[in-house]
Design a protein around this ligand. Structure first.
Ligand SMILES: *Cc1c(COP(=O)(O)O)cnc(C)c1O
Length: 418
């Protein structure tokens, strides 16, 4: 793809963009009287304007109906989950029965590991990417300790080769092969939060299952960003959060995927009443009988207010279409890369973009390693209204999001850098 570094060119791309009007559905924060150049959807997606109405609807029901809100009318709370399952299934490439919505991401990671990590004397290892998101690292470490297994012995971290900054698929596959007799689970991010690298989830799943291991992915940085086919890839389980590219609000409710293959199995799980067989749940009988599908992993009464934010946001993603969003995203992030490279040519290559160039290996986010004075550069960008985020020790993350960022936004990043 060839681009030009002019405002006019960027504006022409915006004019031709069939998704350009979706930006108007979001509140864009203002900096010194001007809209921010918000490139932080990898951390917290912006607020859809429709969220307030959607929340109000539930507050009204609560105000006017009290407990009857659970059952009254078409849009009752007891059936609220159905508004989320269909759009989510489309976004992650699953059947509706394979997805559910509950809790928060790290909690769900533990719950899924209760079911899918079944160590034996010889097969007890977990493979993950080195430098995984801290919460995932702490979850793995403490989960293993809880089971009486030494994390030092059980966790295999895989790092880039000497002198390289991202992982090679062949090295991941080889690591799986090397541990074929002891590997119980592959549990990695679908996209590494630091480098922005997308892993080949299909190949990793195939290889790990061939070796007799289960496979789960943390899709925090994937959902609403790249195209996923969890069902067809035969992934065993996945977890994600809704507040990054799904724009569903701070600490918003999380999602899980459990492959159909496991719906009839008697996997161990930690249960609560909301995962109980729906028809007889309110008989309140002894002995847990799970609902069929991913819903059987629910524990608690659903958090309707968080789900209302999620519903409003998902409607927008559904309307835009995940394929259309991805198509624009490749172009938008490609344009950002071009703009950064233009800057680099004039400035001794001070920005080292570590996110892979191949669109199959990257999503919205570009991770920019700045060897010297990175934090200073980042702070200056913030002062100019360019909102990315900083990850220690030396990376600036910028994520143009196809739902609400424009090509002009990207051009303005180059202008501010200059
Ligand atoms: C954002 C993120 C989390 C956050 O987990 P919470 O439980 O929602 O706080 C976890 N893992 C990864 C990979 C993330 O990117």
């Amino acid at each position: 793809m060839s681009f030009q570094n002019t405002l006019q060119y960027a504006q022409e791309l915006d004019q031709a963009d069939t998704l350009k009007d979706f930006r108007n559905l979001f509140h864009i924060p203002v900096h010194e009287g001007k809209q921010q150049i918000y490139m932080c959807g990898n951390s917290l997606g912006l607020q859809p304007k429709s969220v307030r109405q959607c929340l109000d609807n539930e507050l009204d029901k609560w105000q006017n109906l009290g407990v009857e809100g659970w059952f009254e009318g078409e849009d009752n709370w007891i059936g609220y989950l159905k508004h989320l399952k269909k759009p989510l299934a489309k976004i992650v490439g699953a059947k509706p029965s394979e997805v559910s919505v509950m809790n928060n991401l790290t909690v769900n990671l533990h719950l899924m590991m209760v079911s899918f990590y079944q160590p034996t004397e010889t097969r007890f290892k977990i493979l993950c990417e080195g430098g995984a998101f801290p919460s995932d690292q702490y979850a793995l470490e403490t989960h293993l300790e809880f089971r009486g297994i030494n994390p030092e012995e059980a966790i295999i971290e895989i790092f880039p080769r000497e002198g390289e900054l991202t992982l090679r698929t062949e090295d991941i596959l080889q690591k799986i092969e090397e541990n074929k007799d002891s590997l119980a689970l592959v549990m990695m991010g679908g996209i590494n939060y630091y480098s922005g690298q997308v892993f080949d989830m299909k190949l990793i799943t195939e290889k790990a299952q061939e070796m007799g291991a289960k496979v789960g992915f943390d899709l925090a940085h994937c959902v609403g960003n790249i195209l996923l086919q969890l069902h067809d890839w035969n992934v065993d389980f996945a977890v994600w959060c809704s507040y990054k590219y799904l724009n569903s609000g701070m600490g918003g409710v999380s999602g899980i995927f459990v492959h159909e293959n496991h719906h009839q199995s008697n996997l161990q799980r930690l249960a609560g009443w909301w995962g109980y067989e729906e028809k007889t749940r309110f008989k309140m009988e002894k002995g847990f009988v799970p609902m069929n599908g991913a819903d059987g992993w629910q524990l608690s009464t659903p958090t309707i207010l968080a789900m209302a934010c999620h519903r409003a946001a998902l409607e927008i993603t559904e309307k835009a279409g995940i394929e259309n969003l991805r198509e624009k995203s490749i172009k938008l992030t490609g344009f950002l890369r071009f703009i950064l490279e233009e800057f680099n040519q004039k400035n001794e290559q001070i920005l080292n973009i570590i996110t892979p160039t191949n669109p199959d290996e990257s999503g919205c986010q570009l991770s920019i390693l700045v060897e010297k004075n990175g934090k200073e550069l980042f702070d200056k960008l913030i002062k100019k209204g360019i909102i990315g985020d900083w990850r220690e020790p030396n990376v600036i993350r910028l994520s143009p999001v196809p739902l609400y960022n424009s090509f002009e936004d990207v051009f303005r990043v180059g202008e501010a850098l200059d």
